[in-house]
Design a protein around this ligand. Sequence first.
Ligand code: ZN
Length: 152
Amino acid sequence: MTPPSSPRSPVTSDAAPVPIPVPNPDNAGFWEGCARGELRLQRCGRCAAWRHHPRPMCPACGSREYEWGLASGRGVVHTFTIVHRPTLPAFDARVPYNVIAVALDEGVFMVSNLVDCPREAIRIGMPVEVVFEPLADGIALPKFRPRRGGGQ
Ligand code: ZN
């Protein structure tokens, strides 16, 4: 889902504001966790399966019961790309930048960016850990950096 931009979006170029996520009833727990520096993912109340992106029903068993479980914030780069032509003018000033798909230890995937790493050093299978980047009032984005302290 692409959230709409809003008048309170920070401006990073002269052209366009960066879109800011707008929490909704399905994903509010995720964004509240990010704002506190916690990666919270939905975990099924019946079968305990983790899921992401947030949605009302467990894809494994169909239950609508869930909790916002505290995830490890650890995973590996499943795949990545380097963006040279962004789809939104708001990101023109950032090119080239990376977009990664992280395979989290909980078994779900998350699309994000890798920070603190030159693009030439990004590798599939690289161990990563979550960090949070404040974006706006009450909104922080989960980003990932190379895992520190041995990589396991
Ligand atoms: Zn389930």
